[in-house]
Design a protein around this ligand. Structure first.
Ligand SMILES: C[S@@+](CC[C@H](N)C(=O)[O-])C[C@H]1O[C@@H](n2cnc3c(N)ncnc32)[C@H](O)[C@@H]1O
Length: 342
């Protein structure tokens, strides 16, 4: 029986008392952490916003790495590589993250005081809060599902995602990661500093908006006759619609039978901020750092059909469709899909 089920079966009053007791234990730990948290916050903001701007590193990619760090320490997804990476990464502070979240991490580990950071929801019950974490887990699963059967894996807009390093080490599959020049250069430098082996991955700097990523991929040794997995995680929302369409059409052109393109889409309503004020605030912050969210799909009517028809326009057939929050009475806001060449 899972811990969650056991807790559900406890009488309400007992659950309330346990929670109260946990809060009473948590408060002094949090008080001890306050001075460190203040310093950590200042260091963290300086590195995430100041240093990243100076180095021209993608802020949205930093945020995605931060979430992987959080998931590791809150026991929802082990990721030692991302932690080792963060420790040497110039645009994030391991100390800053620990000092701001340490009291919660310790309280969860010592006496089970769980906040939303340490909880995973059931499939179909994803909310906006849980999306950042669940999406990472779902893309991990896609990668795990295909890693042994594919001959090539391409991550366009890989950011600081280290899943390819985790799952393809020692394997036969060829891996290509593309991202903007500065982001990718800082990634490789940080991998070296952290002593993380990465020599089997080909890193290709590119700007989708102004360069042909296909030419660069082919120059780097991509083989059009080989079965390929494209993993396009949370990139399209930062691109203009015509660039998204063109990128997908080109991916379709590069696919032989059995190749898969996995990606995610946000709804237009989500991007406009109609669905959540908090999400709107986060997107505005990322936009102020130079990455406005631009591309979404109208999911207000029949989201599955809308995504399917968009993919069709790009020469793709949808083979898998996962809509977040499908079991909840909420407006569709996000989905992960797999597709193959039409
Ligand atoms: C939210 S991050 C996602 C990173 C990674 N896929 C992950 O899940 O952690 C978006 C990524 O898209 C990249 N990106 C956005 N616009 C781009 C462009 N025009 N050319 C190349 N990469 C771009 C950013 O540099 C960033 O790494």
């Amino acid at each position: 029986m899972t811990d969650k089920n056991t807790k559900k079966q406890l009488p309400g009053i007992l659950r309330f008392l346990i929670r109260l007791f946990q809060i009473i234990l948590y408060i002094p730990i949090q008080i001890i952490f306050i001075p460190f948290a203040i310093i950590g916050l200042i260091v963290g903001i300086y590195k995430e916003m100041g240093k990243s701007k100076k180095l021209g590193v993608s802020f949205s990619a930093i945020k995605a790495l931060q979430y992987r760090w959080i998931m590791h320490y809150f026991n929802t997804r082990p990721d030692h590589l991302s932690v080792a990476f963060t420790k040497k990464f110039p645009c994030e502070s391991h100390f800053g993250l620990w000092s701001t979240m340490g009291a919660l991490i310790i309280s969860q580990r010592l006496f089970g005081f769980t906040t939303r950071l340490g909880k995973l929801v059931e499939p179909g019950e994803e909310t906006l809060d849980s999306t950042a974490g669940i999406r990472v887990l779902m893309f991990d699963k896609i990668m795990e599902k295909y890693v042994d059967e594919m001959e090539q894996i391409v991550l366009p807009g890989a950011g600081f995602d280290l899943i390819a390093l985790q799952l393809t080490k020692g394997g036969k599959v060829k891996v290509f990661e593309l991202d903007q020049v500065n982001t990718l250069n800082v990634k490789v430098e940080t991998l070296k500093k952290a002593g993380i082996k990465h020599d089997w991955v080909t890193y290709i700097p590119v700007d989708y908006a102004n360069e042909s990523w296909v030419d660069k991929l082919l120059e780097a040794g991509f083989d059009k006759t080989k079965k390929t997995l494209f993993l396009w995680q949370s990139v399209s929302l930062y691109l203009e619609a015509d660039i998204v369409k063109e990128a997908l059409r080109k991916m379709a052109d590069l696919c032989v039978d059995g190749s898969i393109i996995a990606q995610d889409f946000y709804s237009k309503a989500f991007l406009s901020g109609e669905i959540s004020k908090l999400a709107k605030r986060n997107m505005s912050m990322i936009a102020r750092m130079g990455e406005p969210s631009t591309f979404g799909i109208d999911m207000s009517d029949d989201p599955k059909a809308a995504v399917e028809s968009f993919l069709k326009e790009c020469g793709l057939k949808m083979t898998e469709y996962i809509q977040f929050g499908e079991k909840l009475d909420i407006e569709p806001f996000y989905c992960i899909v797999e597709a193959e060449k039409l």
